[in-house]
Design a protein around this ligand. Structure first.
Ligand code: NAI
Ligand code: SOE
Length: 418
């Protein structure tokens, strides 16, 4: 028998329910077996756009979020929303959501929804997120926050005005290896960042694969490689190194008529083509420097997100294709042992789930970890990270890269307006 059964509103409205005696509730969770006095909170989620790629990842993530560690809550996968009824019904059934709907406005208006998880193409993020915040829901939105800087600014303002928790889906920063790198930066092990070099390379372009139609069209939410995959390495750079002050970049858009060429800049700009390849350099506000590359024309590269970060006391290297490890070199290593060593994630690292190293930590773990942190922020009444403000700044860096590629000059990020 339960003494109460409360659901969560804003951080100031977080309530718990306390278990006492025999469990007769059908929504069992890890806390149910902890016995008398354990605290639990049920969070009811609606996912918007849940029938696609991220709908699958987030459905797995929501299923694992409360299990991965004690997030202090149970999750109810309440409603899956899709663009049409057939798609909504099929996806809800397949991904095990209680209900389905083809009307996100109606779902957002419901009192029995606590969290709105937006996994639609970016062109729809702003309208849904701003409406959900206005309705008092906690909001998780996939990256990029929006391709449109003016929309991102509005989303940031709406989040800052609200008393709910909001977070953006830059998932890779939550991998245990990245969390460990961040720790080594914060505790001084690595020293001051000097140079960051990152690549995000995929082969979908060279293979002629179309992942989702919207990615190829600006109006439908496509943002080119700088916005779609480059945003991840900008987020990592900002998280680990600090704010980017200014950038200079070049971008290439494939010439539809000539397989061997990038379009001349003038033609690219006139035709509003999306970028298929991009290179940019950056100066950070703390004095560090960086270089970035993003392309979907890299044969053999399967979602390879790679970076090297050189600091005054050491150097780290990370490759998402080996997400369970990182390479580390410390200036303080004995002279006869200098060089890179591989550090495998294990039970001594934050957010590693298993009592034994070598078990791996991958894309699903990462999806769950970011949602688990979001849930913890709700339960503890803290801000989500990366926040709407963080993601809007990332969008401003992207806009600066674009402006720089068009003007062929350095662009200061803070001077970019929507
Ligand atoms: P997708 O095209 O596979 O799925 C999007 C879904 O949204 C579709 O099923 C579509 O029918 C639905 N939808 C569109 N408008 C809707 C509306 N008004 N109401 C309800 N449903 C609607 O796209 P994908 O790849 O899942 O991308 C979605 C978002 O996730 C994008 O922002 C993308 O950048 C991001 N993403 C993030 C990844 C990551 O690793 N963090 C990986 C892939 C995508
Ligand atoms: C593009 O192919 C894509 O799906 C991005 O949209 C994601 O953000 C990235 O994680 C994987 O690649």
């Amino acid at each position: 028998m339960f003494l109460g059964h409360a659901h969560i509103g804003g951080p100031d409205r977080v309530r718990h329910w306390r278990r006492s005696g025999q469990n007769t509730d059908t929504h069992l969770n890890a806390n149910d077996i902890q016995g008398e006095g354990s605290l639990m909170t049920e969070i009811r989620v609606a996912i918007i756009g849940g029938g696609g790629f991220m709908g699958y990842a987030h459905s797995l993530g929501w299923a694992l979020a409360p299990i991965a560690a004690d997030a202090g809550a149970t999750i109810r996968k309440s409603v899956l929303v899709e663009a049409d009824e057939e798609r909504a019904k099929a996806a809800a059934k397949r991904l095990n959501w209680d209900e389905w709907s083809a009307d996100w406005r109606q779902v957002i208006a419901r009192d029995d929804i606590d969290v709105v998880d937006i996994v639609t193409p970016p062109a729809a993020h702003a309208e849904i997120a701003i409406a959900a915040l206005a309705a008092g829901k906690h909001v998780f939105v996939e990256k990029p926050i929006s391709n449109d800087l003016a929309e991102a600014d509005l989303m940031q303002a709406a989040a800052e005005k609200s008393s709910v928790v909001s977070q953006v889906g830059f998932n890779y920063r939550h991998a245990p290896a990245i969390t460990f790198i961040k720790r080594m930066l914060d505790d001084g092990t690595l020293g001051h960042p000097l140079q960051f070099r990152a690549h995000y390379t995929q082969d979908v372009g060279v293979l002629g694969r179309v992942l989702s139609g919207w990615r190829a069209k600006k109006g439908a939410g496509g943002s080119g490689v700088t916005g779609d995959i480059g945003s991840h390495i900008i987020d990592l750079a900002s998280y680990l190194v600090g704010d980017i002050d200014s950038v200079t970049g070049i971008i290439g858009a494939k010439d539809p008529a000539d397989d061997t060429a990038w379009l001349p800049d003038k033609q690219r700009r006139a035709g509003q083509h999306l970028d298929d390849a991009a290179l940019w350099m950056a100066k950070f506000t703390n004095g560090a420097i960086g270089s970035f590359a993003a392309t979907v024309y890299a044969s053999g590269r399967k979602n390879r997100m790679f970076f090297e970060l050189e600091c005054t006391r050491g150097n780290v290297e990370f490759d998402w294709n080996h997400s369970d490890e990182l390479k580390l070199s410390l200036v303080s290593d004995p002279p006869e042992q200098q060089g890179f060593r591989t550090v495998s994630m294990n039970e001594n690292h934050d957010d590693f789930w298993w009592p034994l190293g070598g078990m791996g930590s991958g894309y699903v773990d990462d999806a769950a970890l970011q949602l688990q942190k979001f849930v913890k922020a709700i339960v503890e009444g803290r801000s989500g990270a990366p926040s709407f403000a963080d993601a809007t700044r990332t969008q401003r860096v992207i806009a600066a890269v674009m402006e720089s590629a068009d003007s062929l000059r350095w662009v200061t990020v803070d001077e970019v307006t929507a």
